[in-house]
Ligand binder design. Sequence first.
Ligand code: CA
Length: 624
Amino acid sequence: MDYNPSRTMFTLNAPSTAKEVKVRLYDSCSASRPSQTISLKRIGVNRWAGTARGDMNGKYYTFDMGRGECPGPFAKAVGVNGKRAAVIDLKTTDPDGWADDVRPSIATPSDLVVYEMHHRDFSIHPSSKSQYPGKFLALTEPRNLWYLNTLGINAVQIMPSFDYATVDESHLEEPQYNWGYDPLNYNVPEGSYSTDATDPATRIREFKLMVQALHSAGIRVILDVVYNHCMNIEQSNFQLTFPDYYFRMASHLKGAPGDASTKGGRYANASGCDNETASEQPLMREFMLESVRYWVEEYHIDGFRFDLMGIHDMETMRQIRSMLDSIDPSITIYGEGWAANPPAIDNDICAMKASTYKMKGIGAFADEMRDAIRGPFADDTKPAYLAGMAGHEESIKFGLVGGIRHDGVDMNKVNYSKVAWAAEPSQHVSYVSCHDDMSLVDRLRASIPDIKDDELIRLDKLAQTLVFTSQGIPFLWAGEEVLRDKKGVRNSYNSPDSINQIDWNNLQKHPDVFMYYKGLIEMRRNHKAFRMGSAELVRRNMQFLPTPDCVIAFTLNGEAVGDSWKRIVCIMNSNRKAATITIPEGRYTIVCRNGMINLQGFAHTSRSKVRVAAQSAMILASIV
Ligand code: CA
């Protein structure tokens, strides 16, 4: 849809062989009959267009090529529940000062401190005292921005915020919840997060207000994008405008048709959601490129987290990278370098984690470090390093260097990867928990059955110390800093608020946990040695020390990268008893010990042996 006051142009990719392609215009979102129907003309191969004369602002429309009406894949505005597209003048949705909105700068993706959040989780609990609980606008409230600034994060990764299917926007008074991994309209903000889902302009304006407010607080906005599948095939914009083009067919799978991954259906199912899109198809690739560009240009988005990125082909991801480079190379891309089932294209051309080194400027979530710290994704009750089990150290070290080749890491002992998959540490997303699993607190309780509260807090802090001293991109799931739990639910995608909401009263109960996270973030942001940003610098300036089981120790040469801390020693001990470690000679300030951080230092030491308390980290900095 391309609007101007004297005419609106409609274009659509649909098969050249279609008998006819129509646009139906409606006076309202609920009008039972169109006020006007326009037959589109074929203007090129698989390309159709038509024009409505006059000022169409405020009208609704659908495309119809004989299979049913839909807003079309590139709808930019929609009515309630995304059933009909809307003609609007996008310029009127810009907040005051939008033209002066500036992207907060970073030198490398390792400078990011990513905070993954769901709009409802963050502000729905009464303790959040939000004026706009569960809405985009909650992230414009000074109180909430102050909180994020105090914690110190500099990027929010907002969980699916495009228009998704499962929450009924016409009945928001009823309790509803979904993560939003069920895409409907990829290029329109979700209605349930706006204050008025029935007015197409409101959600757009409020989304922009959110981005603007975050930017003015120095916080980047990373969008969680889910191009790998649709809510369902038959009702999707893709299928209704170009049947069997955008989805991979089961017949492309190497296995027998009807094998487990396709549930016997016609369509391949790498997403586990009954379909998978075909990024290698030129129009799908073009769609993804245009969609990403649109979010950057129209909404000033600063980065993208690709859901099940392993389903997409590498060529598409590379083209997206190079398109973004032409706009601003600092716009971040990372994603899940895996799929739920094998994709129906050759694995070698998929954007899988193992191929990350072939995709410059694109990162992947690291499950090696995550699972080595807390235990495997597949079994919540299985413990690992945090439980004081030896054998996980090498996988964690691989995460600490940022997934790159490093002489100090014996790849043969790393859990899932025998070859370093990142070319640069900024391609490695370091984390211990995210939305898609138990919270760290729940996980610790599930995997260490007799765990006591004080032990849980010690291990929680130890886990995040590993994340925040990693040379990769540190990633924090919102609420972990206040010991959020989900009452043991791991896949809470449609669980009620009572499971998913963050209870901010926890902040008063455990201020030391918040202060520790804040300290970790501040330490990282103030000291470049923790985020050197290049593989060469990390290989040269990060060394591991010999240690007993369940102890990991390394030094960082801060001087070499211009850090005021000339040498840093980090020691992590998950044993249930203290460990004594020999460190390089020097005069050190102890900035982290026994579950507390003080960047000015607790004490000085010149000893060559230091004692690290049970289940805790010690960090020493030498300034001379
Ligand atoms: Ca929706």
